[in-house]
Write a protein that binds this ligand. Sequence first.
Ligand SMILES: Nc1ncnc2c1ncn2[C@@H]1O[C@H](COP(=O)(O)OP(=O)(O)OP(=O)(O)O)[C@@H](O)[C@H]1O
Length: 542
Amino acid sequence: MNIEFFQSIALSVANERSVDVVFCNIVNGLADDPNVVLARIWIIGPGDLCNVCPWLKNCPDQTKCLHLVASNGLSLHSKQRYTWLKGHYKRFPLYTEEPDNITATGKIGYIGGTGKAILRNDIIENPNWLLDTEWAKREKIASFAGQPLVFRDEILGVLALFSRKVLDQSHLIMLRTFAYNAASAIANARAFEEIEQLRRQLELENEYLRDKVRDVATFGNIVGQSPALQKTLQQIELVAPTDATVLIHGESGTGKELIALAIHQRSRRKNHPLIKVNCASIPRELFESEFFGHVKGAFTGALRDRTGRFQLADGGTLFLDEVGDIPLELQSKLLRVLQEGEYERIGEERTRRVNVRVIAATNRDLKKEMEAKRFRQDLYFRLSAFPLEIVPLRNRKEDIPLLAKEFLKQICQSMGLKELPLKEKHILQLWNYDWPGNIRELRNVIERAVIVSKGRELRIDLPETSTEKALPIVPYYVKGVERSGEILTYEDLKKLEKENILAALHQTNWKVSGPGGAAELLGMKPTTLASQMKAFGIQKRS
Ligand SMILES: Nc1ncnc2c1ncn2[C@@H]1O[C@H](COP(=O)(O)OP(=O)(O)OP(=O)(O)O)[C@@H](O)[C@H]1O
């Protein structure tokens, strides 16, 4: 071990960006010296395994301790290298006791707790200094040297080695210089990883926002006037400022994601990220990693550490779309993070904490899924702390004119076209359709109509509908719907007349005569209205 030896290791880690590689290069480099029996690094981290830690009894502070992160060395008696990170020495408490009181269990903790280096050449004679004296004899250990890893006055961890060759002060000084370099390489790599994580978080948020740009720019507001939507909006106002978990149920395209966004934007978390996970698009075997992340090497293909969506959403909101698709085996882990805010990355023992509000959405009947034992009961109850039902468009047709008008305006604008007029006959057409794809379908229909119309009169193509059987109730006066200059066929006119009567009846809650009745609203005699109702076959629906 000479200065060149240390320099070559220092150079190998100077530009490294991964903390794990830095750790490994250091211990591997030191273990290249045949006199080094064992070289190890412990890094200070939160106390995480206290329940099973053998040093718990004498641990002064369970909030933090030393975590073994890298190990290498070669035994005299076997070809096996000391690279494992398991066993009794994977954690050590941090001590600040005086050196005289330090025993075998305390020397690493003392270095980490005080930032003071230790060099001992008398360890074989002093059994207090070793946990396994037999091992030390077998390996012919002569010295122990330990250096704190310090960066900008902060103790990051401990670098320690056992040597067969007696080490002296000059070795300790070399080791110290090296430890300082190593500490700054670790700090650099950590900073880089932090930047990487932030970059990924930003990327994800960006990806989400890019997805949303069209929606937000185009359909930023939740449009609609139906009582059903108004009720939903009131519920949003109510639940948004709380941290309650929300379960949004509704058919595809009804606006569940828009509602989740509205809740987030009206919550205290609005300046933190809103991260979306589409549970339907994640392969079964990747769920856990997607949710909680993994460490490098945790499984085949885990080439680098990965931050999970929960961590990315820390402080903000996690939108779990299609929550019914979460595999049963992961549901208990999801429940734990919802209840306790705790989880582990795959391949890491450390328990992490997060503060995330969950908004879940589904188009399935989760109660049925629960009864069929495909969805955990406890998770269902936890998720549905505040259930929100989004009514399908066919059951709130009053929203169609406003939505259509809004979409038309925005789509024409985005295509650089003059806004095409939306006429009564268009509304009638849209009204009489069933909308299995809900608002998303409506938007697509309008978009297609604008494209095929080529700037001329709007031409809406819709599949044949089965709703003719139901009596439509069209508010005759729809704000913003173009009504001038249009030539209607006689049939259109009749249809409109009927719709107009129906709208009036609807508005007056089917009161035909008297003050505030439909006849008064329409400016006709109650008897005339009655006969027209008869002619059109209008009967009050039960
Ligand atoms: N009330 C509304 N006002 C304006 N636009 C709306 C409204 N509801 C939905 N939209 C628009 O309809 C489209 C579909 O909405 P969204 O993606 O939120 O539905 P979803 O229920 O989450 O669908 P899925 O279940 O398929 O994920 C989006 O473009 C959204 O902006």
